[in-house]
Design a protein around this ligand. Structure first.
Ligand code: CP
Ligand code: NVA
Length: 295
């Protein structure tokens, strides 16, 4: 396994399936109330340049459940690249903590940080990708569909950070992915041959086993919100659009969600929605990453 967890494409299918197996075991141990204190005495620094609910809490709880501790570091207090260069912060934190989780405005900063860090670095979201989210999503699909290979995953909306990690997972784990975006919002990098792009929501969602969406305006893009609301208006997952997917399709969203924008209240609250399983699985999947890198 690699030293850092920055992007799914850095890992093999065996690596990722190994992490998912570990996540399943850790989830079961928690259900059985069996203590797994393999990170006893270890400390995770958590550096956030953007807001968070799930990522912060799941990493903090995960470290506690593994016998360790987590420290929250607020980005504007640390002042990366402003108060202090990224490479200095990386070398200083490496002297105190056993690992760093970093939610960054810029992916280049995560890469630079990891070059200078002597302890493992975990990407907790950047402008480029969101690998922890998608690792948890793969666990969620496995639980609900029993497999990953050949699963028809339709991602509808903005070709953003979550989409980028979903495409990486589709390539490595052999899902069949369709990315449906308005013109001008397709993902910037498409490596995989098993990812199909289309601007047509009806054609793209047809027969999907999994329908996934995310906000139209990501953190840091707030100035574009009005234009994006107009550009994405026909890409909302409504009950009628969702009905074109497979009749047993599940609905996924990384959250936070904007009801009435990328998804209707009816779809996200439906029986087919698994969004809170996804949120829970952040905990179990990230514990597997923590055990692998810090254990
Ligand atoms: N899905 C996700 O990463 O949520 P937060 O931004 O709340 O951490
Ligand atoms: N694409 C969203 C994901 C939030 C978890 C954002 O970057 O804001």
């Amino acid at each position: 396994m690699l030293k850092h967890f920055l992007a799914l494409e850095d890992f093999s299918k065996d690596d990722i399936m190994g992490l998912l197996k570990e996540a399943v075991d850790l989830k079961q141990a928690l259900r059985d109330r069996k203590a797994v204190s393999v990170l006893s005495g270890k400390v995770l620094g958590m550096l956030f340049e953007k807001p968070s609910t799930r990522t912060r809490i799941s990493f903090e709880v995960g470290m506690l459940q593994l016998g360790g501790h987590a420290i929250y570091l607020k980005g504007d207090e640390v002042g990366l690249g402003d108060r202090e260069p990224v490479q200095d912060v990386a070398r200083v934190l490496s002297r105190y903590v056993d690992g760093v989780m970093f939610r960054a405005k810029s992916h280049a900063d995560i890469e630079q940080f990891s070059e200078f860090s002597t302890v493992p670095v975990i990407n907790g979201l950047s402008d480029y990708n969101h690998p922890c989210q998608v690792l948890a999503d793969m666990l969620t699909i496995l639980e609900h569909k029993g497999r990953l290979e050949g699963i028809k995953l339709c991602y509808m909306g903005d070709g953003n950070n979550v989409c980028q990690s979903l495409m990486a997972a589709a390539e490595i784990l052999d899902l069949e992915m369709t990315v449906v975006c308005p013109e001008g919002y397709f993902p910037s990098i498409v490596r995989s041959s098993n990812v199909r792009l289309t601007p047509d929501p009806v054609e793209g969602i047809q027969g999907a086993d999994v329908v996934y969406t995310d906000v139209w305006t990501s953190m840091g893009q707030e100035a574009e919100r009005i234009k994006r609301l107009q550009d994405f208006a026909s890409y909302s997952i409504t009950e009628s659009l969702f009905s074109i997917a497979d009749s047993k399709a599940i609905f996924m969203h990384c959250l936070p969600a904007h009801r009435g924008e990328e998804v209707t209240n009816g779809v996200i609250e439906s029986e087919q929605s698994v969004v809170f399983d996804q949120a829970e699985n952040r905990l179990h999947a990230q514990k597997a990453v923590l055990v692998s890198l810090l254990g």
